[in-house]
Design a binder for this molecule. Structure first.
Ligand code: ATP
Length: 323
C-alpha cells in the first residue's frame, strides 16, 4: 500500500509523464477511501486510454461519485494514487483541474445568470484567452444557440445539462468526467444529451458514471463495473456483446437435480433459479435450444418454458451486482 502524498522519484515521474501524455489519460492504482468506518472504495485500480468513452457503472452507493471526486481533486483518497493526464491528483491539483472538464452529479449552476453571462463568468475563472470566440464555439457545439438569452432557471433540465457541459468544455479539456449526466432527463432530452456526449467523445476522452446499464450501451466503448467499492468487471462492449456465450433459462414442471442437467451436451454451468427454473450456460454460437428440448424428452422431463439469452451486459451487470 502506498500513500497519495508520497514524493516520487523525479526521473521515474518524468518518464511516466511522457508515456501518459501519449497513451494514458487516467491511471488509478489501489485507491481506497473511507468515510469514518465505512469503506467507500476498496483498492480500486483501472486505466483509461486517451480517446476512450468509458462507462463507470454501478448501483446506488457503489462508490462512483467518490471515485470521480478523487479524480477531479475535490476529495483525497486514504490510500493509493491517481494520475490524470500525467499529473498526480494530490501533488499537481492545479494541473489536473486545468486538463479536465467536470460535470458533477448535481450540476451547480447560478440560476439567476443568463446562459452567456454564466459562460463568460466561467471563462474568466479559467482565464481563457479570446473567450468570446471560445464561448460561441461551445454554445454551438452544445446546441445552446437558441437559448443564450435565457436565464438558467428558465431552462429545462436537459438544457441546464447542456450549459453544464458547455461549461465543462470551455477550456478544451483532454478528459471529461461526467457524474450521472442524464439523471432526471425525460426520454427526448435523454436521447439528445447522449448524442451530444457521443459527439464530444469524438475528440475528448470521457469517463461517465451511471447506474443505468442501457446508458453505457448507448454511449460507451468500454465499461468498468463497480459494486460496493470494488471493481468487479472491466471490458470492451464489443467483447461483452459477443454471441459466443449463451444462457438458456428453462422452466420444468417439477424439480430437476442440477447434476442431471449438467449432463446436457456442452453445458458449462447450471444454476437453479426460483421455483423450477434453471439457467444453463453454453459457450457456443450454435443455438442450443433444440439440444435442451431433446435432452428433456429423452429424460422424461416436461418443459413449461424456455428462453435463450445472450450473456450480454445486462445479464453480467445483474449477476455481478446481485445482493
Ligand atoms: N460525505 C459522505 N459521508 C459519509 N458517507 C458517504 C459520503 N459520501 C458518500 N458516502 C457513502 O459512500 C458510499 C459510496 O457513495 P457514492 O456517492 O460514491 O456512490 P455512488 O455510486 O456515486 O452512488 P449514487 O449512484 O447513489 O450517487 C455510499 O455508501 C455512501 O453512502
Amino acid at each position: 500500500m502506498f500513500s497519495l502524498s508520497r514524493k516520487r522519484d523525479k526521473k521515474q515521474s518524468s518518464k511516466r509523464y511522457i508515456s501518459y501524455l501519449y497513451l494514458m489519460s487516467i491511471e488509478v492504482s489501489k485507491v481506497s477511501k473511507y468515510y469514518g468506518q465505512q469503506k467507500a472504495l476498496d483498492e480500486v485500480s483501472f486505466t483509461i486510454n486517451s480517446g476512450e468513452i468509458v462507462g463507470f457503472l454501478g448501483p446506488n452507493g457503489a462508490g462512483k461519485s467518490t471515485m470521480m471526486r478523487i479524480l477531479t481533486t475535490y476529495l483525497n483518497a486514504n490510500e493509493g494514487n491517481a494520475i490524470v493526464n500525467g499529473h498526480d491528483v494530490v501533488e499537481e491539483q492545479r494541473e489536473v483541474q486545468k486538463s479536465i472538464g467536470y460535470l458533477p452529479e448535481n450540476n451547480p449552476l447560478y440560476p439567476d445568470m443568463y446562459v452567456k453571462e454564466y459562460l463568460s463568468f466561467s471563462a474568466g475563472v479559467y482565464n481563457i484567452t479570446d473567450s468570446k470566440k471560445r464561448i460561441n464555439e461551445v454554445i454551438e457545439e452544445t446546441g445552446l444557440t437558441s437559448h443564450v438569452g435565457k436565464k438558467i432557471n428558465e431552462l429545462s433540465k436537459g438544457y441546464k445539462q447542456r450549459v453544464g457541459l458547455a461549461n465543462a468544455l470551455l477550456h478544451c479539456p483532454k478528459v471529461l468526467i461526467l457524474d450521472e449526466p442524464t439523471t432526471g432527463l425525460d426520454p427526448n432530452q435523454l436521447v439528445e444529451i447522449r448524442q451530444l456526449i457521443k459527439k464530444v467523445g469524438e475528440n475528448t476522452t470521457i469517463l461517465l458514471s451511471t447506474h443505468i446499464m442501457q446508458e453505457v450501451e448507448a454511449m460507451c466503448d468500454r465499461v468498468i463495473i463497480i459494486n460496493k467499492g470494488k471493481i468487479v468487471a472491466d471490458d470492451y462492449l464489443k467483447n461483452l456483446n459477443s454471441d459466443t456465450v449463451q444462457v438458456i433459462e428453462v422452466e420444468f414442471d417439477y424439480r430437476v437435480e442440477p447434476e442431471l442437467l449438467n449432463q446436457i451436451n456442452r453445458v458449462r454451468e447450471v444454476k437453479q433459479l426460483q421455483g423450477f427454473n434453471y439457467s444453463l450456460k453454453f459457450e457456443t454460437k450454435e443455438d442450443m435450444r433444440s439440444t435442451v428440448f431433446d435432452f428433456a424428452h429423452d429424460n422424461g422431463l416436461k418443459i413449461l418454458s424456455l428462453n435463450k439469452k445472450n450473456k450480454n451486459l445486462e445479464a453480467m451487470f445483474t449477476e455481478l451486482t446481485a445482493e
